[in-house]
Design a protein around this ligand. Structure first.
Ligand code: FAD
Ligand code: NAP
Ligand code: SF4
Length: 680
């Protein structure tokens, strides 16, 4: 049978070793590094991805010395005793034919320690600590520490290392004139700024010998003002090969960049043109493979970019949290069974930034592999029962599929004509189209597991007699605030607006600035219908695709003409959008600000009438003259079934929004429903 993805699944010969395909699982800090029995947990985590078909895995970052950790106590690899503990990881991965490299990460001025080190004493905008400029001795010692770390990785059985040279970490800080103001041999000219990274590579290669993979992660586009110029990126790629690298991986944007590079609002494949540009610029001058990265989450996209020659290999990281079996499913022609990463960051990066264990919104098993009793399989239920799941939103879908996996006989009901619940609203928000992939995945699972799906049926308690148990996953009802005039014709619910039953006028007030209020404001101000989403994203965020206008790849943002004037309101006096997620909230706020959305806190809603929405702020009344008022004032649990089931004596369990609507999100809905089903 011919391969469904011939380029993606083709082996890659590195001379001294061969990778079984062109898929690299990119480095992710998962937090497993920091928990008791963390090495066993990491072994189970990486082994699941190796079993799932990945060709080459890169671990989360390990520090080469104590200066280089993100936080004190983070993973450090500098001696044989620690290296021996890593053997459990490499030994778990190798039987599946995958290779694994350890990432060496020196965080430089991003380290959250009292005094980080950096090429120059220049504070990063995302770290309160000002770094100390490294002395000549510090630099020499640090280069030796990289080499020692690589040697310890080799001792631990890794197939190679990835030297992190992008994202604004130490090597990138040396390379960039923004962060390197030195006037000795380590700063000034390009050759001097490049010296540190290249010396690191040479020292590592000398220590590990020729038959060990060295990946260098090179910043293709810094996205910071004054960052690398394009010709310097090209020169660095050539120098990296000369210094002993086996593969160049691409990095996009520093952590301090004010442009989102991996959030769901970033279109798929938004940066592959830069990898292509580098390949063209090198014109065969560099022989080692080049890897494309960022917002690649689909095998066809990966196949197409390899077939076009944009890169030699593809890096995906979060997609392997969402589905450990990504590659095997692709290889078997079952791409519709892949649980796609929707780039929400909610359970991965947002967790890591709050020092919580990483997982995945669409796959709550991620990073809990070691806890799942039978290896990588869901344990069967002790007794099989007949279960009705009412509501096919994320909670109901997770409950139904997990119960069916465990052998129960499941019927899934929904009043709507399709499964998905509120995800059918979320996927209509520009930049959240990925949410539709989760529904495609669940549809495939329901079919595979032979769940009896009954759509278009609003179920009453009487219809559920005969089931052993009922899972109430009926979600929520939107809250209707008691504002005089709420019944006015200009008022609409967010549901009617998103589903297109009501149209918004030119001036709109959005009452409630939670996650849904922000999404509605995005929908109301989005101006790109029909335009190429990648081109629109580059323009709106000011990314210089020609990479000529400015160092760092920045251009002047080009905002489309405003579609309408929007007022986003809340009663709280805190900053509007303060409660949004850490890693994506800033970008959502910034985008709406760029589009001129008025964000107003401390609002007292007085009434709605023909003139518009009457509010008072700090006691001062004002009328916001709008044609439309969209209510996004939170939600209440939908529980009509409870009384009837209790009267009939039918046992039931509430999950998702039907259980608790306050601060509900799909992460909680899916995780709670899955945990219930595993314990049932
Ligand atoms: P729901 O998704 O509400 O599903 C309940 C289902 O039950 C519905 O399909 C309904 O038709 C059905 N039902 C109700 N009563 C009956 C009955 N008697 N008989 C049969 N069927 C019935 N969350 C995130 O985590 N991240 C996001 O980025 C995000 N974005 C969002 C954007 C928008 C625009 C919206 C509206 C929501 C968003 N959410 C997001 C929230 C997320 O969608 C919800 O938290 C999640 O859908 C809750 O899942 P649930 O299964 O509990 O309920
Ligand atoms: P929410 O985040 O709880 O926000 C509700 C908003 O309504 C708040 O701004 C609140 O602010 C306001 N409000 C509450 N009661 C009100 C009242 N009686 N009158 C007027 N205003 C009132 O809920 P949501 O926006 O409906 O979102 C639902 C859930 O979906 C959220 O919990 C969220 O996690 C999830 N979601 C997540 C995302 C995401 O991108 N991660 C996107 C969409 C939805 P004040 O009380 O200050 O007025
Ligand atoms: Fe992807 Fe969201 Fe899962 Fe993170 S939590 S891996 S972004 S789907």
């Amino acid at each position: 049978m011919s391969s469904p993805y011939p380029h993606l699944l083709a082996p890659l010969d590195l001379g001294f070793t061969t990778l079984k395909n062109r898929v690299l699982m990119g480095s992710m800090h998962t937090g497993l590094e920091d928990i008791p029995n963390g090495y066993d947990a990491m072994a189970a985590f990486y082994a699941a991805r190796a079993k799932g078909g990945v060709g080459l895995i890169v671990t989360g970052g390990f520090a080469p010395n104590t200066d280089s950790m993100i936080m004190p106590g983070d993973g450090l690899l500098d001696n044989e005793t620690t290296a021996a503990r890593h053997r459990v990881i490499t030994e778990a991965v190798h039987p599946y034919g995958a290779k694994i490299c350890l990432q060496i990460l020196h965080t430089g001025r991003y380290a959250y320690v009292k005094q980080p080190v950096a090429p120059s004493a220049l504070k990063a905008p995302i770290n309160p600590a000002t770094p100390r400029a490294m002395s000549e001795d510090d630099i020499r010692r640090t280069i030796a520490d990289y080499a020692q770390c690589a040697a310890m990785a080799q001792f631990a059985g890794y197939d190679g290392v990835e030297v992190m040279g992008s994202e604004g970490y130490l090597i990138n800080e040396f390379l960039s004139p923004v962060t390197n103001h030195r006037d000795d041999q380590w700063g000034g000219s390009f050759e001097n700024r490049a010296r540190f990274g290249l010396e690191v590579l040479r020292a590592v290669r000398e220590r590990v010998g020729p038959n060990f993979i060295i990946i260098f992660r090179l910043s293709l586009i810094d996205l910071v003002d004054g960052g690398l110029a394009w010709d310097e990126v090209v020169q660095m790629a050539k120098a990296v090969e000369q210094a002993g690298a086996t593969i160049i991986n691409s990095g996009v944007g520093w952590h301090e960049a004010r442009i989102p590079t991996i959030a769901t609002m970033v279109p798929r494949g938004a940066f592959t043109a830069f990898t292509r540009r580098l390949k063209d610029a090198l014109q065969g001058a560099v022989k080692i493979p080049l890897i494309a990265s960022n917002r690649i989450n689909d095998p066809q996209l990966a196949e197409d970019l390899l077939a076009r020659g944009d890169a030699d290999m593809v890096s995906m990281a979060r997609p392997f949290l969402a589905d450990a079996e990504f590659v095997n499913k692709a290889a078997a022609g079952r791409a519709d069974a892949i649980n796609t990463c929707i780039a929400c960051n909610q359970a991965c990066l947002d967790h890591i930034f709050s020092r919580k264990l990483c997982s995945c919104l669409v796959n709550p098993y991620a990073c809990r592999e070691a806890q799942i009793a039978a290896q990588f399989a869901v344990p069967p239920a002790p007794t099989f029962r007949k279960v009705a799941v009412v509501g096919a939103g994320p909670a109901g879908l997770a409950a139904a599929t997990t119960l069916a996996e465990r052998g129960h006989k499941v019927t899934l009901f929904d009043a709507a004509s399709d499964v998905g619940g509120q995800f059918n609203l979320a996927r209509r928000i520009p930049g959240k189209e990925e949410f539709g992939e989760t529904l495609r995945y669940f549809r495939t699972r329901l079919k595979e597991l032979k769940v009896d799906v009954q759509l278009g049926q609003r179920v009453a308690a009487e219809a559920l007699k005969g089931y052993d148990h009922v899972v109430i996953a009926t979600g929520i009802v939107p809250r209707t605030p008691a504002i005089p005039g709420i019944e006015h014709a200009k008022v609409t619910t967010y549901i009617d607006l998103i589903e297109g039953r009501k149209q918004a006028g030119k001036r709109v007030a959005v009452v409630g600035a939670g996650g849904i209020g922000f999404d509605v404001a995005e929908l109301l101000t989005h101006a790109h219908d029909g335009a190429d989403p990648i081109a629109s994203y580059h323009k709106e965020w000011g990314i210089d695709t020609t990479y000529t206008e400015n160092r760092g790849g920045l251009a002047k943002p080009e905002m489309p003409a405003p579609v309408r004037e929007v007022f986003l309101l809340q009663r709280k006096t805190s900053k509007v959008g303060d409660g949004l997620a850490k890693t994506t909230g800033w970008a959502r706020r910034l985008l709406l600000q760029k589009r001129g959305v008025h964000m107003m806190g401390g609002c007292d809603y007085l009434k709605i009438d023909d003139a518009g929405l009457h509010i008072a702020i700090e006691g001062k009344p004002r009328v916001i003259e709008v044609d439309t008022v969209v209510i996004c004032a939170g939600q209440e649990p939908r529980r009509e079934l409870v009384a009837g089931l209790e009267a009939a004596g039918l046992p039931y369990t509430l999950v998702g929004g039907a259980d608790v609507a306050a601060e509900l999100d799909a992460k909680r809905a899916i995780a709670q429903a899955t945990e219930f089903a595993l314990a049932f």
